[in-house]
Design a protein around this ligand. Structure first.
Ligand code: NI
Length: 176
């Protein structure tokens, strides 16, 4: 187990399309995921994608703590989820705006519109199928992490960059 170095915005590994994992059950994939989880917990963060640790493979890890959920139907908490080769399917056109941060964009936060409802599928470390229909914060986390696999960082999803700023400044603005 090891804490890995996190790539920051501007590094080319964050802007390329990551490759599919051929064998999700391979020992080296399990070892990478263990390191990703350790890195995410240490940071701390709620999610991490393999390109963020300089590995261009289609793997994300995340968790949704109960206190982060929005209360809308389908916004369910989840313990640590390892999602390999994920496929996302937005359900409906409804989007909602929420502030996001990213370990690859340290110190900043920004308001990002995301699909409210989402079905996601993928494979776990034991080769098992993961197939969930979620909403709200849970759906937001999955969209953010999976964007990393296509070389997209959250500021690229922002229609209004006046809502991008340093965490302390945005917090101060929102308290007013
Ligand atoms: Ni991120």
């Amino acid at each position: 187990m090891a804490i890995l170095k996190i790539a920051r915005m501007g590094h080319p590994v964050l802007s390329r399309v990551a490759d599919p994992v051929e064998d999700p059950t391979a020992p080296e994939i399990r070892a990478l995921v263990e390191d990703m989880v350790e890195t995410m917990v240490d940071a701390p963060g709620t999610g991490l994608a393999a390109p963020q640790v300089h590995v261009p493979l289609r793997i994300v890890v995340f968790l949704v703590r109960p206190e982060r959920t929005t209360g809308i139907e389908g916004d369910v908490p989840t313990d640590l989820t390892v999602l390999i080769n994920p496929v996302l399917e937005p359900l409906g056109d409804e989007r909602n705006e929420g502030f996001e941060g990213c370990l690859s964009v340290p110190g900043l936060t920004g308001a990002v519109p995301r699909f409210t409802r989402l079905r996601y599928r993928g494979v776990g470390l034991d080769g098992e199928t993961i197939d969930r229909t979620v909403a709200g914060f849970h759906a937001r986390v999955v969209q953010h992490e999976c964007d990393h696999l296509d070389g997209i960082l959250y500021p690229q999803r922002m229609p209004d960059l006046t809502k991008l700023g340093f965490v302390e400044e945005i917090r101060r603005r929102m308290e007013k």
